[in-house]
Design a protein around this ligand. Structure first.
Ligand code: COI
Length: 355
């Protein structure tokens, strides 16, 4: 593949929002990255072009059978003015793992990384600088072949869009309330649960809407078979501190292998904490709470960063965590990860790539 990236700059630049007005995912920069795939050519014509709509045949495969995937990663502007992508290589690896699971042709990791650094560079003036704000990159692949029938497509479109963002949850760093769901299921072993594909998010909507109407921010899924092991929140992985043990559900195919999950686990192990990736039932959590042993609960995610959980509701029970306040370890994780992301602390693990 000739991987020279063609760059076509927009003639009409958009107005940029102020940092203080940034929410999540509703403003997009001036450009996007696009590349095509055809069976006989492979991936070809990588290019940056003005942000804008795609013309799609109504028979385009992704619109009917959902063959597609996406990623989500962030770029941060530090006080030193540098722009850093956080753990892009991990996101490339996951993108290609999801591609395999979805029967989508994988991409050259170097090319993917280049697509991200090139696009961020072209739109670098869009990178906000206040702590809590960043550029959120959304790489996406869709089956673009127009046909009806259930088989992997022969044509694909890879694109990357960028959104300057603030906090994902309206609560910001205030603890969120989460409803534990045993009525619906999201994934089972052997299914799509660990793939970053839209089907998983579509599957979460109904339960999440029900929970929102009842005043909750999100749902915590239980496993699809026994409906007792905790799995993940619709928008982030989950971690709990019970006594002096930090527990997070293991990667067994049903939950997303979160990059922030991995960062938090790495840090806590380096700090010498007792960390377990093991199955944990909702009954164990309830029992721990009743004995005062449930110390902290938090979520991890690229969009959510480290989000404290102040309340878990299961059936008729409400479990208030740490008096509804942010816990010490949750705060330490947030502060440490954010410091690395903005270049305020040294990156000793090779987690950032400067653009
Ligand atoms: C992310 O954290 O990057 C996601 O894709 C989750 C979504 C809730 C924005």
């Amino acid at each position: 593949m000739n991987d020279a990236i063609r760059i076509t700059r927009t003639a009409t630049k958009k107005e940029k929002p102020k940092d203080k007005d940034l929410a999540f995912g509703n403003v997009f920069t001036d450009h996007m990255f696009v590349m095509d795939f055809q069976e006989e050519k492979g991936w070809y014509d990588p290019r940056v072009e003005p942000y804008g709509p795609f013309a799609m045949d109504p028979a385009t495969a992704v619109l009917h059978y959902g063959q597609g995937l996406f990623e989500g990663l962030k770029a941060f502007r530090g006080r030193d003015g540098k722009i850093r992508l956080f753990r892009p290589q991990k996101h490339v690896e996951r993108l290609n793992r999801t591609a395999e699971r979805m029967c989508i042709p994988t991409l050259d990791p170097e090319m993917v990384l280049k697509s991200w650094t090139t696009l961020v560079d072209v739109d670098r003036d869009w990178t906000p600088s206040s702590v809590g704000t960043s550029l959120y990159l959304r790489p996406t692949i869709v089956a673009s072949e127009p046909f009806l029938g259930v088989r992997p497509a022969k044509e694909y479109l890879y694109f990357v869009i960028i959104s300057p963002v603030g906090p994902y949850y309206a609560e910001g760093m205030n603890p969120v309330k989460i409803k534990v769901i045993d009525k619906y299921v999201r994934a089972v072993v052997g299914g799509l649960g660990e793939a970053k594909t839209s089907a998983n998010y579509a599957a979460s909507l109904y339960a999440a809407e029900e929970a929102k109407h009842e005043g909750f921010t999100q749902v915590l899924w239980l496993d699809g078979v026994h409906r007792k092991y905790i799995e993940e929140v619709g928008t982030m992985n989950i971690m709990l501190k019970i006594g002096d043990e930090i527990i997070t559900p293991p990667l067994q195919g049903t939950i997303l292998a979160g990059v922030t999950r991995d960062s938090a686990l790495t840090l806590m192990r380096e700090w010498g904490l007792r960390v377990s990736e093991r199955p944990v039932t909702i009954d164990e959590v309830r029992e721990a709470a009743s004995k005062g042993a449930l110390k902290e609960v938090w979520g991890t995610g690229t969009a959510a960063v480290i989000s404290p959980v102040g309340e878990l509701a299961f059936q008729r029970e409400r479990i208030v965590v740490n008096g509804g306040r942010i816990g010490e370890l949750t705060q330490r994780l947030y502060d440490t990860i954010v410091a690395i992301q903005y270049g305020a602390a040294p990156d000793t693990r090779g987690w950032t790539v400067t653009v």
